[in-house]
Design a binder for this molecule. Structure first.
Ligand code: S3P
Length: 168
């Protein structure tokens, strides 16, 4: 049976938009872990962070990974921090092929600027925060099976590149 396709990468790397396109093209089901967490918690992620903190969010995120992973034939868009947890990585790798959507800090800053729904970037210097978090996470993202540099690509072009991998 077909393994899942798991999209990982930093906030603003296009996981959700690309995931939807990809799922449509491959006739697979699309799931977005953040959306599922919000549905289960009945509140937006920004509110989960402000009311219960990041550690609580990470626990819920881990439970969602456990729940979703064993299914088959999914395109899964993960939150940018899913890679921070070793068990998440094991589960995602065991049940899926990991594709890292990479982007430069400058492009991530431009893509995320002005949006208020990402609590980790609501700081006085979001650009610096992006650089710091990327430096920490890059080795984790790099454990993926495939890496697509999305810095100069649009959603359709990224989707096309991933399709080439899976249509081989
Ligand atoms: C996070 C990324 C967000 C969301 C939460 C934490 C992170 O998802 O899960 O705000 O730690 O990078 P997106 O990557 O979809 O923005």
């Amino acid at each position: 049976m077909k393994k899942n396709i798991v999209l990982i990468g930093f906030m603003g790397s296009g996981k959700t938009s690309v995931g939807k396109e990809l799922a449509k093209s491959l006739n697979l089901k699309f799931v977005d872990l953040d959306t599922m967490i919000e549905a289960e918690e009945k509140r937006p992620i920004s509110q989960i962070f402000s009311q219960d903190g990041e550690a609580y969010f990470r626990r819920i995120e881990k439970e969602m990974v456990r729940k979703v992973c064993p299914d088959r034939g999914l395109v899964i868009a993960c939150g940018g921090g899913v890679v921070l947890d070793t068990e998440n990585m094991q589960n995602l790798k065991q049940h899926g092929t990991l594709v890292y959507l990479k982007a430069s800090p400058e492009v991530i800053f431009k893509r995320t600027e002005g949006y208020k729904h990402r609590p980790l970037l609501i700081v006085s210097d979001p650009k610096k925060r992006i650089e710091e978090l990327l430096t920490l996470r890059e080795p984790l993202y790099a454990q993926s099976d495939y890496t697509i540099d999305t810095t100069h690509l649009n959603i359709a072009q990224v989707t096309e590149q991933i399709l080439k991998i899976f249509k081989k």
